[in-house]
Design a protein around this ligand. Sequence first.
Ligand code: HSE
Length: 429
Amino acid sequence: MINIGLLGCGTVGGGVIKLLAKNQSTITTKTGSVITVKKVMEKDKDKCLQLGLDENIVTDKFEDILDDDTIDIVVELIGGLEPAYTFITAAMEKGKHVVTANKDLIAVKGKELFATALANNVDFYFEASVAGGIPIIYPLKQSLAANQIEEIIGILNGTTNYILTQMSQEGRDYSEVLREAQEMGYAESDPSADVGGLDAARKLAILSSIAFNSRVTLDDVYVEGITAITPRDIQYARELGYVIKLLAIAKEIDGQIQARVHPAFIPFNHPLAYVNGVFNAVFLRGDAVGEVMHYGRGAGEMPTASAVVGDIIEVARNMAFNTNTRIGCTCYEDKEILPITELCAQYYVRMTVTDRPGVLAGIAGVFGNHEVSIDTVIQKGSRDGKAELILITHLVKEKSLQESLAVLRGMDIVSDINNVVRLEGVSRA
Ligand code: HSE
């Protein structure tokens, strides 16, 4: 018998309880042990009772789980930095294995948590922290371990992918779609971490650390959200053969790591262009395996419970053969992080300019002076003496592009730089 102490009985906690019960017989066969939820820590006792839990196993005190020596695995599903960090650390120091879905914590305190797990000879698993039900952490640590990972490009946030998909398919405004998504329960009442890119950045920090064997924390990830994307940008992207997605991109370039989350144009025929609605996907390239894409549900009760219970099963199997800590921290290198200014990319620039002879030449001159080469220029209609210019650059340094835009912003002929979006996945197409 293996006993679990569950911290948090919310959506995912409830899913874990249901899944362990529903598939108990097959899980017992696979692990050789009956896995039992021995105690649940939850302030809102009614939530647990509604799940059919016996009231005697519900507590609001962490110590009831910590001090119970029959509890083998602590499953942390309360989220956030504290008290989750204190609870997980204390559990590991007591010799308990830990399974968590807590991306906020791992993206910031991964190094400390792995060190504590190793020092106490316990397992620390966190598959559900990135892309919910999609298996990606364990595959990176095991099935793909033979590869040098060259790049990871993820759609790691369902809320933003849903909003951008709706905007693309129905030509509607960002704020209108967000409001509807909130009403339908697809978006949080405070959606700032999702739409601002922070949620995806936390997940990318975790994936990059594993993929490149070097610690990447949230602070190392460049982040831009989707709030500036308009139906106009989406329409122009379509005309040019692209879709706009919020991408989480990590690459190793000459031994340095680049990690960034921002909206991007990707070509219609890129596999990620087909990932719509609340779905997530992780596209990666390894030197041996080539391109791989994992696709599925990045959130929700049962998809996330699938990942959590998968980790519990793995810990149970390790316990059966006394092989815990077999796969621990993989960050054995210390690579530099490349600043966003050093990025080399293609860019879409939409600007409003005065519509008269010589304006285009003036703008082209500024880009030329900064070594920014233009691939495509489209001028869209003229109204009140103003025209909209759509430019796609060749591959250029971010620093050069930003310097040229700063000059353009100061020129009388430029009324506005309406939007700038990076292109991704073009060379593959
Ligand atoms: N809020 C996230 C999303 C799910 O919209 O994908 C949890 O990380």
